[in-house]
Design a protein around this ligand. Structure first.
Ligand code: ZN
Ligand code: ZN
Length: 248
């Protein structure tokens, strides 16, 4: 990142949970120092788009631990097949899926199934299918009494909100707002949200929660933020890359 780069702009997408779990790997291999990258042992991929996977190969290279725990990459069958075919194919990047280091795989692959929860380092994670241009998961994250919803790339969706409303509480929702209202056609075509659609999605949540807008197109940033703020939502925040959020 150059010094002139606007720190508000989110070009690539990764979310770090409690230092050891990452949701998406768009920036994972380039935005954390080596020590921080080597603490990450689980990466869950929402979908295959490159803004969510771009730095996965760099991350894996940086996180190789000859003697220690291998990283596990979690994704749907579609995501894992795509990694095998289009990333670790011996052309774009070495075939680390099949090659071994000291007779052990470079990393583990684990299948995510929509609606099936898994527990990692004390965090209960439930992937939920959302509506995007390719098969995509949103995530419910629960730890202790706290619950956070992370819906990174999606158009209007239902199941995620139904499952969120069944929780005892929701502390925060990270929800995408990619395009301005003037690009409604493009949002519908690519299955993303505009501020108008964002407001409709937020209304589907029955819990009071902090709403954090993410995944705003850098080229439309000011327009999207102005439209989001004009919604008058009481607990809306514009997500800031690099910011640490705490919910207990
Ligand atoms: Zn996408
Ligand atoms: Zn995206």
């Amino acid at each position: 990142m150059s010094p002139s780069c606007d720190q508000r702009h989110q070009f690539l997408t990764s979310y770090l949970i409690n230092d050891s779990i990452a949701i998406d790997a768009g920036s994972l291999g380039i935005s954390l120092d080596l020590a921080a990258q080597r603490k990450v042992k689980h990466v869950l991929l929402s979908h295959t788009h490159v803004d969510h996977t771009a730095a996965l190969p760099m991350f894996l290279e940086n996180s190789i631990d000859m003697a220690g725990t291998r990283v596990t990459i979690h994704g749907s069958d579609v995501v894992l097949d795509s990694l095998r075919q289009h990333v670790f194919n011996g052309c774009v990047w070495p075939d680390l899926v099949h090659e071994k280091l000291n007779s052990r795989p470079f990393f583990n692959l684990a299948t995510l199934e929509a609606g099936r929860s898994l527990e990692i380092a004390g965090v209960r994670i439930t992937p939920i299918a959302v509506h995007h241009k390719v098969p995509t998961m949103g995530f419910m994250l629960e730890e202790g009494d706290a619950a956070v919803i992370l819906s990174i790339d999606t158009g209007p969706t239902e199941e995620l909100w139904r499952r969120a409303n069944a929780l005892r509480r929701v502390d925060a929702v990270f929800l995408e707002a990619t395009f301005p209202n003037s690009m409604d056609d493009l949002a519908q075509m690519t299955k993303h949200l505009t501020p108008r659609l964002f407001a409709q999605e937020v209304q589907k949540l029955s819990h009071p929660a902090k709403i954090i807008a993410i995944h705003i197109k850098p080229t439309c940033y000011e327009e999207v933020v102005a439209e989001l703020q004009a919604l008058g939502l009481p607990d809306l925040e514009i997500g800031l890359p690099g910011k640490e959020y705490c919910f207990v």
